[in-house]
Design a protein around this ligand. Structure first.
Ligand SMILES: [Zn+2]
Length: 146
């Protein structure tokens, strides 16, 4: 874990409208406080500057770990993960009620490794969806802006 100042955390969280930049769940609806994630991990030389930081829920951050890419199954083709700073969410993913479906190889790689459609997360999103809280207005803002 690197040290992220309170000020940086606030900036990153506000920029993301307090929504996980991968699975779009709102921090206010999540059980655990969100984390500031290094898009390119420090292990791979990523900086702690704002342009390398994203807001992520504990699940997305946990499964991503220090990974930055993966292989297309059965190939040697390396696919980077979605980068919330340089890519647009809606170009790589589409939200089908509570499932996040890939539109690109980058979307597929990110969903698979971050386990974005894992059963527990789908169940949590379904509860929120039923209450009209997923996707939240903030999530809609995030995906239209980015
Ligand atoms: Zn997430």
């Amino acid at each position: 874990m690197s040290k992220i100042s309170t000020e940086i955390r606030s900036l990153v969280a506000a920029r993301a409208h307090y929504v996980c930049e991968y699975c779009l769940i709102a921090e206010a609806d999540a059980f655990f406080r969100f984390q500031i994630e290094h898009i390119i991990s420090r292990k791979h030389g990523g900086s702690s500057e704002l342009e390398n930081l994203a807001l992520a829920c504990v699940f997305c951050n946990r499964y991503k770990g220090s990974d930055i890419a993966t292989l297309i199954p059965g190939t040697t083709e390396l696919i980077p993960f979605y980068n919330p700073r340089t890519m647009r969410w809606r170009e790589h993913f589409s939200l089908e009620e509570v499932r996040i479906e890939p539109l690109t190889d980058i979307g597929e790689a990110t969903i698979r490794i971050l386990q974005i459609n894992q059963a527990d997360q789908i169940a949590e999103r379904q509860l929120l969806y039923n209450r009209g809280r997923y996707p939240s207005e903030a999530a809609s803002l995030l995906i239209t802006e980015h």
